[in-house]
Design a protein around this ligand. Structure first.
Ligand code: SAH
Length: 421
């Protein structure tokens, strides 16, 4: 083991690693011996030389090392890395019964810091965003293709995140065939097409799968309880995930708003794919031969903040509203401004909600934790002067697990509110 470099921490800086948190910040490092290269294996030691972890060294990053393992007996070799991939894939096996699209590797939560792998049908889409996993990319891909029997790998790494790690640009086909412009996937009985080349993240918001299903259940529950199908408003609809889940479950009318014309075009295609017919002046995709479902779908390319106000001015009301905005706070400095934006849209949405109606409100800002988000939404409830029950707290699905020792992984949080009748 003498060839392995050592990262020695400053006194007291071993605490977070002792609690199995997987990051070593630059400021915690006292000295580095052995001149490790970018991504090289290092032993992290406390100031008294006690072994703390095996880690990948990132000399250019503020996260100076990312831990592979806290067990000194582990050997971080091909076999060990492959076993991490196999364990991550095995952890999601049950999900395969209901969908062919899921996150297979979620970085730190799967013991592979900086690696994201999403599966869309026959295509694996990867983001390799830390020096450690970059250095082992080929063997990780070998293990992935073996564990999934999927030969096609496409790279959607974020160049900005790679640059922060001192890594050059990467992207495009890494293995097998190039993905088509739209990759078809299925979630339970709902079908979507995903643009893995240009779409957000790796193409689709896989993290909202359980909440899309819940939206469908809420539609059915509403219909049973009220003897009529609900009117649904989906704000920040992207490619129509929640809208189509709600329409397939029998919603009466679904109004979907997004500022991206490209996303809405895909959303219309997704509606047609499920036999849903767009109506009204905005019926971009036109009627589909053989389409049977009766939901009225309206796709609006507009700013949600403005639309919520004009819908109120028009006296519109909805029974189910989904608010799933983009990340308003990307760091601590933006929290205050983001809080105002979250409160604004929640207040506007509550004003459009029928008595007895349901609001699914999300935040994917890691910098805003669950407690703060709940306080912000509670502020909106108070200002709206309505009584609301908190029916459930919502989160990402099981393929985005949160490691108890790495709470930073829990970025998506949601509240299910029901307005008193
Ligand atoms: N709910 C979606 C994901 C939403 S991602 C799903 O489950 O798939 C956020 C979306 O908000 C993006 O599609 C982006 O185009 C849109 N967006 C961002 N700012 C907006 C604004 N001010 N008004 C309308 N849409 C906006």
């Amino acid at each position: 083991m003498s060839a392995i470099a050592t990262v020695l921490l400053k006194p007291g800086k071993e605490r977070s690693l002792a609690r199995r948190h997987p990051w070593v910040y630059a400021g915690a490092v006292a000295s580095v011996t052995g001149a490790p290269g970018n991504g090289a294996l290092v032993a992290v030691r406390a100031s008294d030389q006690r072994f703390l972890a095996w880690a990948a060294y990132s000399p250019g990053s503020s996260i100076r090392a990312r831990c592979w393992s806290f067990a000194e007996a582990d050997r971080i070799n091909t076999h060990w890395l492959a076993s991490r991939i196999e364990a991550a894939v095995a952890r999601r096996r049950e999900l395969q019964e209901s969908t062919d699209a899921m996150r297979l590797v979620f970085g730190e939560a799967d013991g592979l810091p900086g690696l994201i792998v999403d599966r869309y049908g026959d295509f694996l889409v990867v983001q390799v965003q830390a020096a450690g996993v970059d250095g082992h990319r080929e063997l990780l891909l070998d293990a992935l293709c073996r564990a999934t029997a999927c030969p096609n790998v496409f790279d959607r790494s974020d160049p900005a995140l790679r640059a922060r790690e001192g890594l050059g640009d990467s992207g495009g086909v890494l293995r097998g065939a190039a993905p088509p412009a739209q990759v078809p996937i299925r979630e339970l009985d709902v079908r979507y097409r995903v643009d893995v080349r240009r779409g957000h993240k790796t193409g689709f918001y896989l993290d909202q799968r359980d909440n899309r299903r819940l939206a469908g259940e809420l539609v059915r529950r509403w219909a049973r309880r009220h003897g009529r199908a609900p009117r649904v408003l989906n704000c920040f609809c992207y490619t129509g995930g929640f809208s189509i889940a709600a329409a397939c479950a029998g919603a009466d009318a679904v109004l979907s708003i997004d500022s991206s014309a490209d996303a809405l075009e895909l959303a219309r295609g997704n509606a047609a794919l499920n036999g849903l017919v767009a109506q009204g002046a905005d019926a971009g995709a036109g009627p589909v031969p053989g389409a049977s479902a009766s939901a009225r779908l309206d796709w609006r390319c507009a700013d949600v903040f403005e639309q919520l106000r004009s819908l109120r001015a028009e006296g519109q009301r909805f029974d189910l509203i989904v608010l799933d905005p983009p990340k308003f706070a990307t760091n601590q400095h933006q929290v205050e401004r983001a809080a105002r934006a979250y409160k604004d849209i929640n207040l506007s949405a509550l004003r459009l909600l029928e008595p007895g109606g349901v609001l699914m409100s999300f935040s994917c800002s890691g910098a805003i934790d669950t407690d703060l988000f709940q306080k912000i939404v509670a502020g909106a409830v108070i200002d709206a002067q309505v009584d609301c029950y908190l029916r459930a707290r919502l989160a990402a699905g099981a393929d985005h697990p949160t490691l108890m020792t790495h709470p930073e992984g829990e970025y998506l949080k949601g509240l299910l509110l029901e307005r008193a009748a």
